[in-house]
Design a protein around this ligand. Structure first.
Ligand SMILES: NC(=O)c1ccc[n+]([C@@H]2O[C@H](COP(=O)([O-])OP(=O)(O)OC[C@H]3O[C@@H](n4cnc5c(N)ncnc54)[C@H](O)[C@@H]3O)[C@@H](O)[C@H]2O)c1
Length: 381
């Protein structure tokens, strides 16, 4: 495209997130034509040649690699996008930054704070643009919640409540580890629901309500041993199957968070509610275009929860889509983040959450796990 600067992308990992990111890059040209940068899909990378070749063709990549180190060595690539399991994030991101590439990585930033700190150091030392795909921030209703809170409409905030509930690991026959089930293996995932699901809730919470000061948590592993797909042996399960924690935010409000993969009937129920002095807000991923809003300053006879359908052109991101009243979906949060990353290259402003922002979430996750292990409150350092 004439007059456009190119951001040449090398994407690693062709699973679920590989697809959401590739879809995002492919749609930018059509829906964000004002951006100075356009993504160019230079290469996709995964270990299995047959699969990565098919993936590259399906999603319009110009080429493919089977070794991420080769991808990073290529001088026709500007940005490395990491869509691989959590145990690979640190090594790939650090190598990419050292090679002078911009780095986008999937969440959680890393398996633990130690890895995450090295990643932050690497991107900051190399001065390369970076972002972490905590994509829920970019759902228009969630972005609108941020605008409402920042405008002061809620007043002093008292409570922040979030849940992320699933039910896919209830069967004791489900094996752990290996393709498709790496989330069940603590060595690969770093943790269970805390790093996988609560990390999202914590990122959104810090964004909307500020820093978390201290936490008190309980975790449970309901099925203690499972067959490991890679070793063929029954092994101890190291992940947290469920986690509940409460906390103090720096602004004085109380937080209550719950996540589990044992809530029968729930596939991906991410909800949050915020109660302030003057107003409250709630949101539900299953109805993601809606923001529920209660404003105590409304005339009392008609006061009640408003269900705002966040689809109008003056609401966040919506001027890029259809006409008022028509909803968008999960995949759009990734398109918005990709667009914001490209915009950040134009403005020179960081694209939040940066590695440093995501480091704070990592610290909270680690404090949650430490609190659960010790049975005591843990401050965020
Ligand atoms: N932002 C979100 O909402 C969200 C949702 C799901 C997953 N994630 C995160 O995205 C990452 C990937 O998760 P997923 O669900 O896409 O997993 P997935 O299992 O669907 O895909 C992972 C891919 O990485 C490939 N891979 C693994 N090791 C590799 C290596 N060394 N080199 C090249 N390719 C390798 C696998 O073959 C697979 O194609 C994880 O960090 C996860 O936490 C984020």
């Amino acid at each position: 495209m004439a007059n456009k600067k190119e951001l040449r992308i090398g994407l690693i990992g062709c699973g679920f997130m590989g697809r959401t990111h590739s879809n995002a890059y492919n749609r930018i040209r059509n829906f964000f034509p004002e951006l100075a940068y356009i993504p160019v899909l230079k290469a996709a990378c995964a270990r299995n040649e047959e699969r990565v070749k098919a993936f590259a063709e399906q999603w319009n990549y110009e080429s493919y690699e089977t070794d991420w180190k080769k991808l990073i060595e290529r001088d026709d690539i500007d940005a490395i996008d990491i869509c691989t399991p959590n145990d690979t994030h640190a090594e790939i991101a650090i190598a990419a930054a050292q090679a002078g590439k911009m780095v986008l990585t999937e969440k959680p930033l890393a398996r633990n704070v130690e890895e995450a700190r090295k990643m932050v150091d690497a991107v900051e030392k190399a001065k390369v643009a970076n972002t972490v795909w905590y994509n829920y921030r970019r759902i228009p209703a969630v972005s609108l919640a941020k605008q409402i809170i920042d405008s002061g409409k809620l007043g002093k905030i008292f409570h922040y409540r979030a849940n992320f509930l699933q039910d896919w690991t209830i069967s004791a026959d489900l094996p752990q580890g290996g393709e498709g089930l790496w989330r069940m293996d603590a060595n690969v995932a770093g943790s269970g629901v805390t790093g996988d699901l609560l990390a999202h809730c914590i990122d959104t919470a810090i964004w909307l309500n500020g820093s978390i000061k201290d936490v008190n948590a309980v975790t449970e592993t309901f099925v203690k041993e499972r067959m490991h797909q890679l070793t063929g042996k029954v092994e101890k399960v190291g992940i947290d199957d469920a986690c509940i924690f409460h906390c103090h935010f720096a602004n004085g409000s109380l937080g209550l968070f719950e996540s589990t993969r044992y809530a029968r009937g729930h596939k991906a129920l991410y909800t949050f509610e915020i109660n302030g002095e003057h107003a409250s807000i709630k949101w539900d991923l299953h109805d993601l275009n809606r923001l529920e809003y209660f404003d105590h300053s409304d005339e009392s006879r008609v006061r009640g929860w408003r269900s705002i359908h966040v689809t109008d052109g003056d609401q966040p991101y919506m001027d890029h889509w259809w006409v008022p009243g028509l909803g968008i979906g999960y995949e759009h949060s990734f398109i918005h983040q990709a667009a914001d990353f490209l915009k950040s290259l134009e403005t020179g402003e960081p694209c939040s959450p940066t590695f440093r922002d995501a480091f704070e979430t990592q610290q909270v996750c680690e404090a949650v796990l430490e609190s659960a292990a010790s049975g005591s409150w843990k401050e965020i350092e």
